[in-house]
Design a protein around this ligand. Structure first.
Ligand SMILES: *Cc1c(COP(=O)(O)O)cnc(C)c1O
Length: 384
């Protein structure tokens, strides 16, 4: 049954997407990126589904996200790569979280925490290769790798990985970043390091830039069944969108031609007709920028969202359609079933599908299905 507000996540789709990506990419290792609560899908259930389907690493942005997975009993290899200046590296090491490090300072911090705990830290060194976000900057490579080798000798850490991230700006830019990355790998090896996990590609490059695959890829958006490209859909890539965002009609009213709808009366009814109220708003992640442009599916037909999207609700014009309070409304899901896609919403709002799914709010309960029609569990939004 459809809930008042609900994001249904098909874990069977996540598993199928991971298995498909693994087979087309073909690297020895595949990291499932489950940061930001698995792009809104729920980190713990998605992590379990991805691991069961053949992912052998999990990736998150920060240590808090990593520790939440550990607390849920997930003990797979797990990398966190974005750290507060005062990050609690000891807490990460105590739970066997691998650390992506971007500076000499972080190498010192992690070595000290490892020494205190009496453990050997598992470290992946991140190189700056063009994005200019984090990653060790080229002038500092020699110093960072020499220090890492020294700390490895001292038994404080082991550099199992070297990685970077691409800008996906153009094939030429990516090729240039790959050349820079290769230079960095050479500096690491010259320092005496022998990292076995070499990773550069996220979903887009994993699919389109074979030279960027190395020994592991870090795939996020693809495991959720969404395309990172504007010129290829999920279906074109052999992927199935995992999330369906839906709710139930809270009210239906007949209005006369000329009646205004929602704040600012952005829209007025051109003719007499029915309006359906949907109890989802920007607090739930429905992008306000899609006011007046998005479509929703109601009883298998597409209808326009009209007027301003408010914090808690929006209105759909259904004309003379026979709809009732309690009927299911689907905002997005798998377009193969005739409903709009997260990408359609992204286009309507002037953003990308990543943002549409990731911003689904905490007020929206996530429920999980293994396969269509097969409910396996429910969690309040925010629980992981
Ligand atoms: C988010 C992220 C990814 C995953 O990117 P997708 O485009 O979702 O596949 C990979 N690597 C890093 C460093 C990231 O921050």
């Amino acid at each position: 049954m459809t809930g008042y507000r609900e994001a249904v996540v098909d874990l069977g789709a996540v598993s199928a997407n991971v298995a498909h990506l693994k087979s087309v990419i073909g690297t020895p290792h595949l990291m499932a990126v489950v940061k930001a609560n698995a792009y809104g899908h729920g980190a713990v259930p998605v992590a379990r589904a991805a691991l069961a389907a053949g992912a052998d690493w999990l990736g998150v942005a920060d240590i808090d996200e990593a520790l939440q997975l550990r607390s849920a009993g997930i003990d797979a290899p797990l990398l966190a790569w974005l750290h507060d200046p005062d990050a609690d590296f000891a807490a990460a090491l105590a739970r066997n979280v691998s650390l992506g490090l971007s500076s000499v300072r972080q190498l010192h911090q992690v070595a000290e925490a490892a020494g205190t705990l009496g453990v050997v830290a598992d470290v992946h060194i991140k190189l700056e290769t063009g994005l200019n976000r984090n990653g060790v900057h080229e002038p500092d490579w020699a110093e960072a790798f020499a220090l890492a080798a020294e700390l490895e000798q001292a038994g404080r850490l082991i550099v199992t990985g070297v990685f970077s991230h691409l800008a996906n700006a153009s094939p030429e830019d990516d090729a240039e970043a790959i050349v820079r990355f290769e230079r960095g790998l050479a500096v690491a090896r010259a320092a005496g390091l022998t990292p076995s996990l070499i990773h550069l590609a996220s979903t887009a490059a994993a699919l389109r830039v074979p030279a960027a695959r190395y020994t592991m890829v870090r795939v996020g958006i693809g495991i959720y069944g969404l395309s990172p490209f504007t010129d290829q859909s999920s279906h074109d890539l052999g992927l199935r969108p995992a999330m369906t965002f839906r709710g139930r009609i809270a009210a239906v009213r007949l209005v006369a031609a000329g009646a205004g709808v929602s704040y600012d009366y952005l829209w007025r009814a051109p003719t007499d007709g029915y309006l359906a109220l949907v109890p989802l708003g920007y607090a739930d992640g429905v992008p306000r920028q899609a006011s007046g442009t998005a479509l929703v599916s109601l009883a298998g037909r597409l209808h326009p969202l009209v007027g301003r999207i408010a914090m808690d609700q929006f209105v759909v014009s259904v004309g003379r359609e026979d709809v009732a309070v309690g009927d299911e409304v689907v905002l997005f899901g798998d377009p193969a079933t005739g409903v709009p896609s997260a990408t359609d919403w992204a286009d309507a709002a002037g953003t990308i599908n990543y943002e549409i799914v990731t911003r689904i709010g905490n007020r929206v309960p996530r429920s999980y299905r293994d396969a269509p029609g097969d409910a396996v569990g429910t969690a309040r939004g925010g629980e992981r």
